[in-house]
Design a protein around this ligand. Sequence first.
Ligand code: SPV
Ligand code: MG
Length: 431
Amino acid sequence: MAVDLLHTGHINILKIAKEHADKIQGKVVVGLLTDSAIASYKRLPYMSFEQRKAVVESVQYVDEVIPQESLSYEPNIRKLLPRFVVHGDDWKNGIQQKERQAVIALLKELGCGELIEPKYTEGISSTQLNINARAIGIATNARLSLLRRLVNAKKPLRIIETHSAISALIAQNAFFDASGQKIEFDGFWSSSLTDSTSRGKPDIEAVELTSRLNTINEIFEVTTKPLIYDADTGGKIEHFAFTVRSLERTGVSAVIIEDKTGLKKNSLLGNKVLQTQDNIEDFCLKITAGKKAQITNDFMIIARIESLILEKGQQDALKRAFAYVNAGADGIMIHSRQKSPDEVLEFITHFRAKDSNTPIVVVPTSFNAIKAEELGKVGANIVIYANHLLRASFVAMNEVAKGILEFDRSLEMESSCMKVDEILSLIPGTI
Ligand code: SPV
Ligand code: MG
């Protein structure tokens, strides 16, 4: 079981399990899916493993709860050699079919147990409860802690830029069904580039924190996923401490600061513009000041290395990475503006040879041919699509604005616009 939201369907199955256990004076042992096992096929549960375990242990029909580390039941079945395996019959369809077949074959091989499949309880489902829960929203601290839990549960995380409530709603709801495995974005990126561009300003730290926090609050009002904040250079060390607290108070999960100083320009401009890298000591002081300022344990401060952007080489990038981790950084972001992913892959390989844990963040805007899954396999934990929703909306808006002028009416442009019906389904409470 996953048991994020315990409901009567679960209780029914547990009761039937208990009746079978009583017949043989046995125990009911629940294999509870871990966060990573659940994250391998759907969104992370609201409650952590420990919380879900405490809930299931309290059910009167349950004697013991043990972790099930993947979708496969085999390790637990081999360990327990159960007389009965009880599972809701909903696994006859969908992603769990394969596991069901494997369980049937295993029980035959072991000759130990009988499969009991109580009928799925109609009228109640986690999916519906989830829709209801989403309508209520998510508490600030629960959202904040989601990113750390996700980093521990799955690799890579797919994060997408959102610059408004509507773009965040699109990002929240988008998914791809890969034969039963639901692939969706794990969270949002508050980009300095798109927060500036959407206000018609250059990406030079000219949009103030308060204004960006307003947008984030609007995003949070209508979504439940975690957000990573692009804080540019982080500003003065003394100011960064306040930024960290404001972000935490809002429920932001992580901040990324880049090791540049002076007037910040967008990294993708590279050496075409004057960009100065901070020295290691001062940047470490900024990281330490941020870590000291944070109130929760879950908030993450991620240090972004600009050495490859500024053509300072791998050695400089690696030296900085280890120094920043030593100073307390919870993660490293390595940036590149090359078309090929090679320099990023080389960095990850060298870094991972010495540090297998610290999360690595990558932003494949220029090297966009590599897939998130491949980046995850070499050791990246978080993949950020940093500006795509804003750039997509720009193309569509431009086309429609020009088209209306060209045809002197809107008829021809209707197919490029969202249907009014879509507004009704995207925005709850419209009618
Ligand atoms: C942003 O999205 O603002 C970033 C990533 O910092 S980049 O634009 O590639 O520098
Ligand atoms: Mg930026």
